[in-house]
Design a binder for this molecule. Structure first.
Ligand SMILES: [Fe+2]
Length: 344
């Protein structure tokens, strides 16, 4: 069993993707690639060109359509589907020649208002893909497109659909992929989904997504991570945006470093983030929790024999270790940024 599943999180592309990236990710040990969308910057050429390249990836991948992908969404979907089919046929052809069995499916999928069961690090985890094309700021953006493609025509209907998806997830643990992040994570321009282009606008996150996450918590589902872009880093003011945040046991990640490909005097860099999910995180937490309780009991006994002050100290120790255990459980899911140099 793989002890750690490594998942590449690739933020808004805005044209910053080419065959070098395809070769790099195909040769990597990532179990899965997740894209937050905005393949191009609204022009047919770069959006469809990048969809063509993504469709040829040999890794399992999910692509969330962004607001910049709306105008050419049918072509992008067709291109990814077509390339995925061609890729599968080539694999099957090679397998037949080699006398091997190969699954009759490609690897890369557009997603949105959908759930996808996964096995990662021996854990059953459901990827929940939220509302496509999200513009944020409280808007139910592109209602015609969402109505015709997904049968969802208002923010209320979107919240309802997302809650239903949470309920339909076959596992207790979830990963969530969206284009824009949830509301409730800060209103400063540098917060993960804070508005940086209109100072007074504040929190630019989406309420339907926040509602779905609260619903998951209420049902006892564990949301390991929420991955979304749309609000870029650096901000319009040139500041670095907070790109990861842990809240209520969930890791929130905004990997949209735009431009994704950039250079300085020394080298050319390509940005993504890597999410690592460990195995048996709960067991680890439970063991440490038991250990913490044992320590409390011992110190408590000692305290009874001596003084009330020591009792208080013992309880403090138990509380601290209990909190530490919980945090270590949460930290079995970690994320870090990666800057790949082209020479690598
Ligand atoms: Fe974007």
């Amino acid at each position: 069993m793989t002890e750690i599943a490594r998942i590449a999180l690739i933020g808004d592309l805005h044209g910053s993707w080419d065959d070098w990236d395809s070769r790099y990710f195909n040769a990597s040990d990532y179990a899965l690639l997740l894209f937050t969308g905005d393949l191009g910057s609204g022009t047919r050429d770069n959006g469809v060109r990048i969809a063509r390249s993504l469709g040829r990836l040999a890794k399992p991948a999910y692509v969330m359509p962004g607001n910049n992908d709306v105008r050419h969404a049918p072509e992008i979907a067709a291109e990814i589907g077509h390339q995925r089919g061609l890729f599968a046929l080539r694999r099957i052809g090679a397998a037949v020649k080699a006398g091997m069995h190969m699954p009759l499916s490609g690897q890369v999928r557009l997603c949105g208002y959908s759930v996808h069961p996964l096995e990662l690090a021996g854990r059953s985890i459901t990827l929940l893909a939220a509302r496509p094309h999200a513009l944020g700021g409280g808007d139910f953006s592109y209602p015609e497109r969402l109505s015709s493609s997904y049968g969802v025509s208002s923010m209320e209907a979107s919240a309802r659909r997302l809650r239903e998806l949470v309920e339909s997830a076959p596992s207790e643990e979830l990963l969530v992929l969206a284009h824009n992040g949830p509301s409730g994570l800060g209103s400063a321009a540098t917060d993960p989904w804070g508005c940086d282009f209109r100072a007074e606008a504040g929190d630019w996150g989406d309420a339907d997504l926040a509602d779905a996450l609260a619903h998951a918590r209420k049902l006892g589902k564990r949301v390991l991570a929420v991955i979304a872009g749309h609000m870029h880093s650096p901000t319009c003011g040139g500041d670095a945006r907070t790109w990861q945040l842990r809240r209520h046991g969930t890791l929130y990640v905004n990997p949209a470093r735009v431009p994704r490909i950039f250079e300085d005097a020394r080298a050319k860099y390509r940005h993504h983030a890597v999410l690592e999910i460990g195995v048996e995180a709960r067991g680890c937490a439970r063991e440490q929790d038991v250990e913490a309780r044992g320590c409390a009991r011992e110190q408590d006994d000692e305290a009874r024999g001596c003084a009330r002050e020591q009792d208080v100290e013992a309880r403090g120790c138990a509380r601290e270790q209990d909190v530490e255990a919980r945090e270590q459980n949460v930290e079995s899911v970690v994320v870090r940024e990666v800057l790949v140099q082209e020479s690598e």
